[in-house]
Design a protein around this ligand. Structure first.
Ligand SMILES: NC(=O)N[C@@H](CC(=O)O)C(=O)O
Ligand SMILES: [Zn+2]
Ligand SMILES: [Zn+2]
Length: 347
């Protein structure tokens, strides 16, 4: 049996590329299939100013193997010291496409994030004025709140009040993991969208915890119960342009994942398209895949869709992906969906 699917070339609207040897190792994995990506700024130290973003963009382009075509779309890491004029200048120069809000302590390298949102009002007002999206890691960090409830509590206690205070702000709720997040984005008035990762479409918390703990499925926001996974699958395959792909491919070396205190992050750049074709076929929605991977994101970010194409083919033989990729920083295990993938990216 052969089935073919030709799509506009996809983009990744939430990606971690890191720096140095890790950057050099993982960048080709994304550039092979994706034309552009919103590049997360949570380096150590973070990408805070326009100058930081320019320097990081240049390092990414320098790490790109000859013959590969890839455009990094840069972001700034919002801190309580961020200067609205610097943000506006970087946006006007075409350098940055979003600003990222990490509640301090919420996730990997978020210690310089925002503790008090009232301290960044001037930046957010400037962003609303110039139409620059705020990408949000939507989890509270309150110690009393259960980790499985942190996204839902964030919606009520942080996101909704913030959007009431600055209604013109364009918001992207990143890596949605719950039906609450889906319902919020689908139902909210104003300019809001949400990204969904590959792995949250394919796993729920049982995959991570039943029969032994699987550190390579640990990420933030943590995978929730299967009813939430089902809500994510319905949203991703619905054709609603508010929902599009942000893989959140987040490489960490195996020793830092397979540890008594393992890092959060799933690395999925290499096999994401095979995974997504699998999911969309299971949902009977292959006709909705192109919107999710290639059309809704550009529309949201005010960019044209890519004019090049990518072709997938379903074959009886499963696609052969490596279990891990070797980088100069160490081995990085690839997301394992737990079953064979029959959709091959062929061109
Ligand atoms: N998603 C993750 O589990 N980890 C990300 C950070 C993030 O996106 O929250 C990382 O940088 O490793
Ligand atoms: Zn995050
Ligand atoms: Zn991320």
């Amino acid at each position: 049996m052969t089935d073919r699917l030709t799509l506009r070339r996809p983009d990744d609207w939430h990606l971690h590329l890191r720096d140095g040897a890790m950057l050099a190792g993982v960048l080709p994995e994304t550039a092979r299939h994706f034309a552009r990506a919103i590049v997360m700024p949570n380096l150590v130290p973070p990408v805070v100013t326009g100058d930081d973003a320019r320097a990081y963009r240049d390092r990414i382009l320098a790490a790109l193997p000859a013959g590969m075509d890839f455009t990094p779309l840069m972001t700034l890491y919002l801190t309580e010291a961020t200067d609205p004029a610097d943000v506006a200048a970087a946006h006007a120069a075409g350098l940055i496409h979003a600003v990222k809000l990490y509640p301090a302590g919420a996730t990997t390298n978020s210690q310089s994030g925002v503790r008090d949102l009232t301290k960044v009002t001037a930046v957010l007002e400037k962003m609303a004025e110039i139409g620059l999206p705020l990408c949000i890691h939507g989890e509270v960090t309150t110690p009393e709140v259960d980790i499985f409830d942190r996204e839902q509590v964030f919606l009520d206690t942080v996101l909704e009040p913030l959007r009431r205070r600055i209604p013109e702000l364009k918001v992207t709720l990143e890596h949605i993991t719950t039906s609450h997040g889906i319902d919020y984005v689908a139902g909210a008035s104003g300019d809001i969208a949400g990204t969904i990762t590959t792995h949250h479409l394919m796993i729920n918390r049982n995959h991570m915890l039943v029969g032994g703990i699987r550190p390579h499925y640990y990420c933030l926001p943590v995978a929730k119960r299967s009813t939430h996974q089902q809500a994510l699958r319905r949203a991703a395959t619905s054709g609603n342009p508010r929902f599009f792909l942000g893989t959140d491919s987040a490489p960490h070396t195996d020793p830092t994942k397979e540890s008594a205190c393992g890092c959060a992050g799933v690395f999925s750049a290499t096999n994401t398209l095979s995974c997504l074709a699998h999911v969309f076929e299971e949902e009977g929605a292959l006709d909705k895949l192109e919107g999710f991977t290639s059309l809704f994101g550009p529309a949201r970010y005010g960019l044209a869709p890519n004019d090049t194409l990518i072709t997938l083919e379903k074959r009886d033989t499963p696609a052969a992906y490596p279990a891990k990729i070797v980088t100069g920083a160490g081995p990085v295990t690839l997301f394992d969906p737990g079953h064979p993938l029959h959709w091959h990216v062929i061109a």
